[in-house]
Design a protein around this ligand. Structure first.
Ligand code: ATP
Ligand code: MG
Length: 332
């Protein structure tokens, strides 16, 4: 469905700033902790939620089942729980959905020490004590010491936004359980100020997980689930083209074959994924490695140049070298 004029303008404005703020944290579009700068410069009207449809983007290749899952989560107004191998585009998905829908993105990156409460708010008692000792008048209003977390910021937005809770499995097991009510009812209570914070607009929530920990059933019940399968060759080619549109077909073909052969080596501890392939191609291009350097009568008898971009630990490198050595010995 067509986006409104304001939204289209917003998309245009954003795409022009995107190249400047490629890596994310300094991009006003990825609102992060302080989103005022972003909101100030942004049109106020957004498409109604039922008109929000994701259909991939120029920068992100979305398969049919992934697109379906994103739109199902938007319709159901439930968080989309995205799992998949590292580097298969889980985080990038939320960034791209926000970008194509023309809505702000708020990101909450979870660490092993993150507590659910930090996403809601924190009461800064230390500053309040210090201010009281200094005779600062601010001390009389407790609101001055309530620090809003990412969820609160998302709930107070005047327009729908995308909220990314990235790598939920890094936190301890209680973390997802502690967010059940907040994600379900999109509200929480601030005990210090006796205030109920309710989402003005339900955010579109993306939750990513690398499967390091099992998530509780009660949490899963509240999510729509999608597993990003490792891309097949054709999808991978499309992904590479998005990142390197000018890449020569011959180099792409050879590199893809080497990459999928490396992935198939039995017993690898860490199979290279999409992001490793993209890094490797970047190096091949930077070093001006010709396709012939990757080509051999039997490709299994050469160690690919710059293989450090693909294999990330010494056991895998040794395993691969042994395999190449054995194949060569057999051929001799
Ligand atoms: N479908 C895709 N289309 C375009 N680029 C992609 C796609 N999938 C992955 N990439 C690229 O691969 C890289 C890694 O993506 P991203 O960081 O989103 O992966 P991830 O699944 O979140 O990884 P991790 O689990 O390690 O956090 C990015 O540069 C991204 O642009
Ligand atoms: Mg990620």
């Amino acid at each position: 469905m067509e986006l409104s004029e304001d939204c289209r303008l917003a998309n245009q404005a954003e795409s022009s700033s995107m190249s400047l703020f490629d890596s994310g944290s300094t991009n006003p579009f990825r609102a992060g902790f302080d989103n005022r700068a972003f909101i100030m410069g942004f049109p106020r009207k957004f498409p109604p939620r039922n008109e929000m449809r994701f259909s991939g983007s120029d920068e992100y290749v979305s398969t049919e089942d992934l697109t379906l899952a994103v739109n199902a989560a938007i319709t159901l107004q439930r968080p989309l729980l995205v799992k998949g191998e590292p580097g298969t585009g889980k985080t990038m998905l939320a960034v791209q959905v926000a970008k194509t829908l023309g809505v702000p993105l708020l990101e909450w990156h979870i660490k092993s020490t993150t507590k659910a409460q930090q996403g809601l708010y924190e009461y800064d008692a230390v500053s309040r004590l210090r201010d009281s000792q200094l005779g600062d008048l601010r001390v009389q209003d407790i609101n001055n010491y309530i620090v809003k977390g990412t969820l609160w910021q998302a709930f107070s937005m005047d327009q729908p936004c995308v909220l990314l809770i990235d790598e939920v499995d890094k936190a301890d097991i209680e973390f997802p359980n502690d967010l059940l009510r907040e994600l379900d009812r999109m509200e929480f209570y601030v005990y210090e100020t006796r205030e109920l914070v309710k989402a003005k607009n339900r955010p579109i929530v993306f939750i990513t997980s690398n499967n390091e920990k099992e998530l509780p059933d009660a949490f899963l019940r509240r999510c729509f689930f999608h597993y990003i399968r490792f891309p097949d060759k054709e999808t991978m080619e499309r992904i590479v083209q998005v990142h390197y549109p000018a890449l020569k077909k011959s180099l792409l073909k050879e590199a893809m074959e080497v990459f999928f052969e490396v992935r198939e080596v039995p017993g690898l501890k860490k199979k290279p994924s999409t992001s490793e392939l993209l890094d490797w191609l970047k190096l091949l291009l930077a070093e001006d490695i010709p396709p012939e350097a990757l080509r051999a009568k039997d490709r299994k008898t050469i160690i690919p140049p710059l293989h450090g971009a693909l294999l990330k630990n010494e056991q895998d490198v040794h395993l691969f070298e042994r395999l190449v050595f054995m194949t060569r010995a057999k051929g001799a």
